[in-house]
Design a protein around this ligand. Structure first.
Ligand SMILES: Cc1ncc(COP(=O)(O)O)c(C=O)c1O
Length: 404
């Protein structure tokens, strides 16, 4: 039967994250792999969803109030004028908004620049829509964007540049200097930008998320995608949106209707409550995740990881393997599952450009810290139990011996 599959389907195998998730589930490991909270969503949101179900919001639905709130936030936070009726499309999470944007923009062979390391969905969506992803890599350890490298990959075939900030997997929040480089490249090459801003409210140490669309001349060439998923700890509700200039928004809306028709009706209703959260909700969200970040940074540094770049936002720490660990990221994670009962994600899944087998791309592990204190404390206990008397993970690592 396999010959009946499309070329795209044949090339779409489970990602390293999915594979390790299965392994972790089978071995009942503590999950520091996936970017979703394992604690309850805020009770006022759950009550709103229950009440929406009890009020029989069971049919296809478009809740205009979501667009009104999103437009208001864009004005208040980024100073952007967005028409809530024409410029916003409610989708099933950022994932669908991004896919619909790719279908709206790409013809066969159009190139889209993706800044690597990158969240894995972008590549698949670009390919599904017939486009060609072209990767430009950030430079470790601070994940800086080199303007010359960006200019080099930008050609007459470039339709758009994808920007994810705050960034998965590194936790980087792109500052004004680097946003300026991207904006300048878009203007010079007359190409679009597609942003993924799902971590827009999750920044630390007074870092501020700046939307690329707020830079001069960028709103008319930017498609913003975002969602409720991360800000309100409801990744399973599947409510997101795309914000775009009217003719692109129309195209995204038409494609969204053909893909899924509408996002889940009761959760759209509950989204109204989420989007009305008071400022103190967002303040305590940041404080809460910042303390989880600090806990995991300390835990990882304590066992020999090199955490030179402390995440400025998002849910992730992209930590470099201990210096004395000679094996690659995948080996490390397999051993971590087997010996500690903890799962994280090997960094190679986020690097798409060709790289040498012993390159830095095999030296990073992504840890998600958006987990309950019980989970984080249990992970700490299990990982620390593998330390040798010198306080290094070396013993555990040495146990594996040479590559088998
Ligand atoms: C950068 C990034 N974008 C998008 C998503 C998915 O967002 P949504 O749940 O809104 O589809 C994730 C989830 O991990 C993510 O890390």
């Amino acid at each position: 039967m396999e010959e009946k599959l499309s070329t795209f389907a044949k090339s779409t195998t489970p990602s390293p994250i999915q594979q390790l998730s299965y392994l972790a589930q089978r071995s009942n490991a503590i999950n520091l792999a996936e970017g979703f909270p394992d604690f309850p969503a805020p009770s006022h949101l759950k009550n709103a969803a229950v009440s929406a179900i009890n009020s029989d919001f069971n049919q296809y639905r478009h809740v205009q109030g979501i667009c009104d709130h999103v437009a208001k936030n864009m004005k208040n936070i980024h100073g952007l004028d967005v028409d809530p009726i024409t410029d916003i499309v409610i989708c099933c999470g950022q994932t669908e908004a991004f896919a619909a944007a790719m279908f709206a923009l790409l013809d066969q062979g159009d190139e889209v620049i993706v800044i690597d390391p990158s969240y894995e969905t972008y590549e698949s969506c670009i390919r599904m829509a017939g486009g060609v992803p072209v990767f430009v890599s950030l430079d470790p350890p601070y994940w800086t964007l080199n303007p010359e490298k960006l200019m080099k990959v930008c050609t007459s075939k470039t339709k758009a540049i994808v920007l994810n900030s705050p960034h998965n997997p590194t936790g980087k929040v792109f500052g004004l200097d680097e946003l300026d480089i991207i904006a300048e490249t878009c203007r010079k090459q007359d190409c679009l930008a597609v942003t993924d801003e799902v971590y827009e409210h999750i920044t630390y140490d007074n870092e501020k998320h700046i939307s690329l669309a707020s830079l001069p001349g960028m709103q008319e060439r930017t498609i913003i995608t975002s969602s409720l998923s991360k800000t309100y700890c409801v990744t399973g509700w599947r409510i997101g949106w795309a914000i775009a200039p009217i003719c692109i928004a129309d195209a995204i809306r038409n494609i969204h209707i053909r893909l899924t028709d509408s996002a889940p009706a009761p959760f759209q209703e509950a989204a109204l409550t989420a989007l009305l959260s008071p400022p103190k909700y967002y303040e305590s969200l940041k404080e809460d995740f910042e303390s989880r970040r600090d806990f995991v940074v300390e835990m990882l540094s304590g066992v020999g990881f090199q955490v030179e770049f402390k995440p400025q936002g998002s849910f992730f720490i992209f930590a470099e393997l201990p210096n004395d660990y000679e094996h690659c990221d995948i080996d490390f994670v397999e051993e971590l599952i087997k010996q500690a009962g903890v799962v994280a994600v090997p960094g190679c899944g986020f690097f798409h450009s060709k790289h040498p087998p012993d390159g830095y791309q095999r030296r990073y592990i992504r840890f998600a810290f958006c987990k309950s204190s019980q989970t984080l404390i249990a992970a700490h206990r299990k990982i620390s139990a593998l330390l040798n008397s010198a306080g290094r993970l070396k013993l555990f690592l040495a146990e594996k011996g040479p590559d088998t």
